[in-house]
Design a protein around this ligand. Sequence first.
Ligand code: DP6
Length: 342
Amino acid sequence: METHRRGETISQATAQAGANIAFVKYWGNRDDALRLPLTNSLSMTLDTAVTITTVMFEQGLAQDVLVLNEQVVGGEALTRVARHLDHLRQLAGVSWRARVISRNTFPTGAGIASSASAFAALTVAAAAALGLSLSPRELSVWARLGSGSAARSIFGGYVELHTAARHEDAWAHPIAPPEHWRLADLVAVISREHKSVGSTGGHRLATTSPLNVARLAHVHTALAQARSAILARDLEMLGDVLEQDALTMHAVMMTSQPSLLYWEPGTVAVMHAVRRWRQEGIPAYFTIDAGPNVHIITEPAHVTALQDRLRELPFVQDVIVCYTGAGARLLDVSTPTTPSPT
Ligand code: DP6
């Protein structure tokens, strides 16, 4: 379908994608420019933490425009989005600039990584608007170029991202669909402050830690245990792996040069509380990304009890609850019949 507005031709699509929480995380890239991780990683896609993005390629638009949560955004965020669109434009042989309108259904700074859902939704929407027919695997490869963890958000449920030496070989694939096992992720918000070193900068420091080698040597075992635990729906086994993996990743972060210490007093307080509650019989396990907020993984039956207990802790500002979610999907597309000239 061809859309005309103010005499211009527009090709547009809208997509949505969920964020994800990694149970076996990656920290460090073998190639930063291509975002080829040092290791595989394994995550669960989240249901209510979603990014919805519309991409409109417009003839005559001088430069890409980014509107994020109703605010026009420039600087680094726009540069990163424009660079990502350049890859897809090149693939499609199209030169039109785009208007990107994106919103998150979850608060920013709440400890849910928005780059995963953002670049998964952007990739799916932009590819459709450009008339590219890409397989889920190819979408995952291209999403990875925008943000490593975005490769996983193309798929729902439990997902593993395979690293590789070449761009086209590093893609994610689903291990089990969302309906296989419904788990909950309660995010205990300790701080909403913008972290001084984000993931992109942090990945560059991983190899400066003497502990990184030990983490790399162990990650295959962790991945195998996590896969088995998911297939067997064994929360105790999965919990052991995900807590240990988060701690080894933070040990690498803390011992890199410069040192990255993401934990706040509240982070440690929640870690202790989760272990105490576990001893009392509540199956709950913590994991922490590149920030101070703590994700608590549990079964749906224990969400209310945990939410109540978390809210009573003095350092906890808020608790956000997500469950296992579906993969990225296209919501709407309208493209011109004639592709735009390069
Ligand atoms: C700690 O995918 O956010 O969450 O490619 O720079 O966007 P960029 O990095 P990103 O890194 C994820 C880091 C992590 C672990 C994980 O999700 O595997």
